[in-house]
Design a protein around this ligand. Structure first.
Ligand SMILES: *[C@@H]1O[C@H](CO)[C@@H](O)[C@H](O)[C@H]1NC(C)=O
Ligand SMILES: *[C@@H]1O[C@H](CO)[C@@H](O)[C@H](O)[C@H]1NC(C)=O
Ligand SMILES: *[C@@H]1O[C@H](CO)[C@@H](O)[C@H](O)[C@H]1NC(C)=O
Ligand SMILES: *[C@@H]1O[C@H](CO)[C@@H](O)[C@H](O)[C@H]1NC(C)=O
Ligand SMILES: *[C@@H]1O[C@H](CO)[C@@H](O)[C@H](O)[C@H]1NC(C)=O
Ligand SMILES: CC(=O)N[C@H]1CO[C@H](CO)[C@@H](O)[C@@H]1O
Length: 517
């Protein structure tokens, strides 16, 4: 084992020639990707407050920014050591700003944290309503590696070593400082701080909570919507929550469907092919991938506030003695792959292995890397009373991580929880919100503690990030309109509590003449 800089690799040679290549990073274009990530994204342009891109130079490695060697790639070929020295220790990170509601010069600044997918603008969800109410500027920073903010053209595993929530939080801190400085410059003033507040939902909700935890001097407070702050290895509560959200009748129908599909998978080869083709998923050779797709398809009905679109036809088919598998396949094809816009390919491990940045599934590969290294959230089948197939177990997830990224990849959830505190996060001025039907809520902070209130929005179709997005979330309801939530009142009540906290924490910031407390 030879060690060079921060990268170690196996090599057996005595004569070593060093070649230095300057690798220039040019700009490149990307297609829009429908991501199979936790927080469903939107695509229509009228759904945004702005889509005008801005850029700034971000440090590639915040934890070792001065060691040139750590920015090199080494490999051995034809008796030569090839060393790629990147021409910079920074990369271009994309951001957005929306100033229409900003009460210059002293209004607050809302930092909307983008999560695990391409960040194509500032979404016109409930955050827009809040910005208007508080006279706030809204800025949004794309998460490193996703969308157009990738430091590398190739997403091979080695190049993903700077992809982590810890680096992303540091990105946000630097961005916050730079943006404040540039605003001051624009307003012809120095040493003035606006009041900052951070927002995020789902993984970016966790980042929002963690930002306040790690950089309390840079923000007055945080909204952590459906924030998955607890890294979980065997996340069995996920499936259990689907059962609870579905209710007994729909749950039983889903379980029976799973069993029927499993039986056909275990039958003849032509049956195996036929059942996959029925779901439009012939390309999925690995049975685990197929069963994971089927499980996920049910999940999103509850996660995104549209349970009846799944449960009504399924329960009806059961009562009428019709084929449950046919009914479920119709839902998957028409709704999940159709209207909702998910794609079978994102479940295909062969596609997850594609390292070309222009590949359709870059966002999925990147999120799986974070799953496989930091947070896991393995959505395994509980040992009893499971809805999903028992094939979707810890082994399945670990095998996927190894197959897609290499043998040394493993999610150390304990380290992640030691670093952030999990549900025992010792932060302050963070408001947590969760939807009662959302399977992710068990990885969030569901109990209030001093200075960190937690609210559950309870209704029949209150799912992931309901406070920001309303229900259902496909298509996006502008300004997070909650009229189609089964209890708009439940949403309004929690939103009012969120407003009260933002108001209080911003005023506490202003009272001390600082941007933070
Ligand atoms: C950012 O980096 C690019 C390329 O390295 C450089 O041309 C540009 O001047 C930098 N911009 C700023 C604001 O530092
Ligand atoms: C900026 O402020 C200084 C000091 O008050 C003033 O002299 C200068 O004219 C201002 N510049 C602009 C562009 O407003
Ligand atoms: C996760 O579940 C698997 C299978 O039940 C078990 O072998 C493993 O020990 C569990 N791991 C943890 C960290 O709980
Ligand atoms: C398994 O689940 C069923 C249905 O929820 C429950 O009645 C039973 O007690 C459970 N068995 C075990 C061993 O937990
Ligand atoms: C909300 O409900 C109204 C009336 O029930 C319906 O017309 C509309 O399509 C629904 N919107 C969504 C986004 O489902
Ligand atoms: C604030 C709140 O409503 N907390 C509830 C969250 O959900 C758990 C059960 O999952 C309850 O025990 C809490 O009271």
């Amino acid at each position: 084992m030879r060690t060079l800089g921060s990268i170690s690799m196996a090599a057996t040679t005595s004569s070593v020639v060093v070649v230095v290549l300057m690798v220039m990073f040019s700009s490149f274009s990307y297609g829009y990707v429908v991501p199979r990530t936790m927080f469903h994204r939107v695509s229509a342009s009228d759904h945004y407050l702005t889509t005008e891109e801005h850029w700034f130079n971000q440090t590639l490695d915040h934890f070792s920014p001065y060691v040139l060697l750590s920015f090199c790639n080494y490999y051995f070929t034809d008796e030569l050591w090839i060393i790629h020295v990147l021409d910079h220790t920074t990369f271009q990170q994309r951001y957005y700003e929306f100033l229409d509601y900003f009460q210059a010069p002293d209004g607050p600044i809302f930092l909307n944290i983008c999560g695990e997918s391409s960040c194509t603008g500032i979404t016109n969800d409930y955050l827009g309503v809040l910005a208007k109410k508080f006279g706030a500027a809204v800025v949004a920073l794309e998460h490193r590696y996703y969308g157009k903010s990738s430091p590398f053209k190739s997403l091979k595993t080695e190049n993903l070593r700077f992809l982590s929530s810890k680096q992303a939080l540091f990105d946000l801190a630097i961005f916050r400082q730079r943006y404040q400085e540039s605003l001051n410059l624009k307003l012809n003033r120095t040493d003035v701080e606006n009041s900052w507040f951070v927002f995020g939902g789902s993984y970016s909700g966790a980042l929002s909570a963690w930002f306040r935890l790690k950089f309390p001097h840079l923000t007055c407070g945080s909204l952590a919507s459906s924030a998955v702050v607890l890294a979980v290895y065997n996340y069995t509560e996920f499936d259990q929550q689907i059962g609870e959200s579905a209710g007994p009748e729909c749950k039983a129908a889903l379980q029976e469907t799973t069993q029927l599909v499993e039986k056909r998978l275990e039958s003849t080869d032509s049956d195996r092919k036929a059942i996959k083709s029925l779901f439009g998923a012939s390309e999925l050779d690995i049975d685990g991938d197929f069963m994971y797709l089927l499980a996920d398809a049910a999940v999103i009905a509850f996660q995104y506030g549209n349970p009846d679109v799944l449960c009504s036809p399924l329960v009806q088919a059961k009562k009428a003695g019709e084929d449950l598998v046919d009914a479920y396949a119709k839902y998957v094809r028409d709704y999940y792959l159709g209207i909702f816009g998910s794609s079978v390919a994102t479940y295909n491990q062969e596609h997850l292995k594609i390292t070309n940045l222009n590949a359709e599934n870059s966002g999925d590969r990147l999120w799986w890397f974070q799953v496989c290294t930091e947070v896991a959230y393995f959505q395994v089948a509980p040992s009893n009373d499971s809805i999903r197939s028992s094939k979707v177990d810890a082994r399945y997830h670990l095998d996927l991580c190894k197959y897609v990224f290499g043998k040394d990849i493993y999610p150390d959830v304990d380290i992640t929880n030691i670093y952030y505190g999990g549900t025992k996060i010792a932060g302050s001025k963070i408001v947590f919100t969760n939807g009662s039907q959302d399977p992710w809520r068990h990885a969030s902070k569901q109990f209030s503690s001093p200075d960190m209130p937690s609210y559950i929005i309870s209704c029949h179709n209150c799912g992931h990030c309901t406070d920001l997005r309303g229900c259902p979330q496909t298509p996006l309801s502008l300004e997070g309109n909650a009229q189609n939530c089964s209890s708009p009142e439940a949403v309004h009540k929690v939103r009012q509590q969120v407003i009260d906290h933002i108001d209080l924490w911003l005023s506490e910031c202003r009272a001390t003449g600082r941007s933070y407390m």
